[in-house]
Design a binder for this molecule. Structure first.
Ligand SMILES: Nc1nc2c(c(CN[C@H]3C=C[C@H](O)[C@@H]3O)cn2[C@@H]2O[C@H](COP(=O)(O)O)[C@@H](O)[C@H]2O)c(=O)[nH]1
Length: 373
């Protein structure tokens, strides 16, 4: 927690003390939804189309039911680790932590045959799946890539070791490799100093609160602190998007199906959609979010949109708000439906990936190089 930000939990405890109420820590909030609504209310380059959002809510919920989308969908992906596949829970937690520490920026300007890809299990994996494949391959080769001790060992884990872990089947290297090494180094240091050198203790420190775990990640690890203060949104509080902190919690919840010491979160519905570069593309394809002409041209021409810029923050935050409105519409039409922003997000991601594979993408995703997503 930086000095300038008030400690909301402490203030709540003081308020309860004065009011004579029992001293229980207030349930924390991540501030992401508040940030998303603020940016949406002050955006001029990204707008939401309510009719499309209503239609999308109906179509998404119907298809999620057809495909029986649930947390169990996570383990069904062949590359994801899972106790049912013989993986020890503590190793699964370490894998998910490592994966979401590095879960950013896989896009390439090269064609399908030339883009960065990982050869594993007789297949070439690209995008997010190239990350998962590379981690699985490294573990099978005896490289302790999910061990924080290894991350801190500058003799063992060098940039060339990491290049070997992510060696490509093509001439293109994985993007931002040096930045990924910095994330591993920092995470190793913080886990050593504060969480007995294992992500298990980080997860259990949240006392089954998803919001508290997100905030712990954001306040202790700078590489998870996906917050921004663009000049075009002048307000005291930074805009909190926290994409990788949130998807880490969501992956734990989905993997363990909301159960046990590493998967049970009583406030999991506080997690929002994860502001990456795929969901905005899918929401735009559905007509739910629409861009101003200059932004539309920039995205269509695959021009760089700088990280933390006005356009990029609008794209990411308005997408979060859009999925929140879709979630509310699904629950309005289907009271009691077991749907949250996580499952809607996972569905939208998997759907745009199917469209990419079938050549049905109607427009490119936006191009921003960053460690945040
Ligand atoms: N919002 C959101 N972003 C997601 C995912 C996933 C994968 N999640 C799996 C787990 C359960 C689900 O069923 C998925 O199978 C990756 N990403 C992000 O996308 C980008 C990679 O894109 P591409 O290069 O095209 O693969 C990159 O920023 C990455 O961080 C998601 O689910 N939601």
């Amino acid at each position: 927690m930086s000095d300038s930000e008030p400690d909301l939990e402490l203030l709540e405890l003081l308020r309860q003390h004065i009011a004579g109420k029992p001293q229980v820590a207030a349930e924390p909030d991540t501030g992401v939804l508040e940030s998303a609504e603020y940016v949406y209310n002050n955006s001029i380059d990204v707008a939401l189309d309510m009719r499309s959002c209503k239609n999308a809510a109906r179509a998404i919920y119907s298809q999620m039911q057809t495909k029986s989308y649930s947390p169990a969908t996570w383990a069904a992906h062949e590359l994801h680790p899972h106790p049912s596949k013989g993986d020890k829970p503590e190793d699964v937690v370490a894998f998910i932590f490592t994966m979401d520490l590095l879960n950013f920026c896989f896009w390439s300007e090269r064609g399908e045959e030339e883009r960065f890809s990982i050869e594993y299990k007789g297949r070439r994996w690209t995008g997010y799946w190239s990350l998962v494949a590379a981690l699985q391959r490294a573990l099978e080769e005896g490289i302790p890539i999910t061990d924080p001790h290894f991350w801190q060992n500058e003799e063992e884990l060098t940039l060339s070791t990491l290049k070997h872990v992510f060696r490509s089947a093509t001439s293109e290297e994985m993007p931002l490799l040096a930045a990924r090494l910095s994330c591993l180094r920092e995470a190793g240091q913080i886990l050593y100093e504060k969480f007995s050198c294992h992500p298990l203790h980080l997860v259990t420190s949240s006392n089954n609160s998803a919001a508290r775990l997100v905030n712990t990640l954001a306040s202790n690890f700078s590489c998870f602190n996906d917050t921004h203060s663009p000049p075009s949104f002048p307000r005291k509080k930074p805009i909190r998007l926290l994409k990788r902190a949130q998807i880490l919690v969501a992956d734990l919840w989905a993997c363990f199906e909301g159960q046990g010491p590493y998967g049970k979160f009583y406030d999991i519905d506080k997690i929002t959609m994860f502001a990456d570069y795929r969901i905005p593309q899918m929401l735009n394809q559905l007509g739910c979010i629409q861009y101003s002409p200059p932004l539309e041209t920039t995205v269509q021409l695959k021009r760089d949109i700088p990280s933390g810029s006005n356009w990029e923050i609008q794209l990411r935050a308005c997408s979060i708000w859009c999925v929140e409105l879709i979630r509310r519409e699904i629950l309005r039409e289907n009271p009691g439906a077991r749907v949250n922003a996580i499952l809607i997000d996972f569905f939208l991601y998997d759907t745009i990936k199917e469209m990419e594979n079938d050549g049905r993408e109607r427009a490119p995703h936006h191009r921003t190089r960053s460690i945040w997503y």
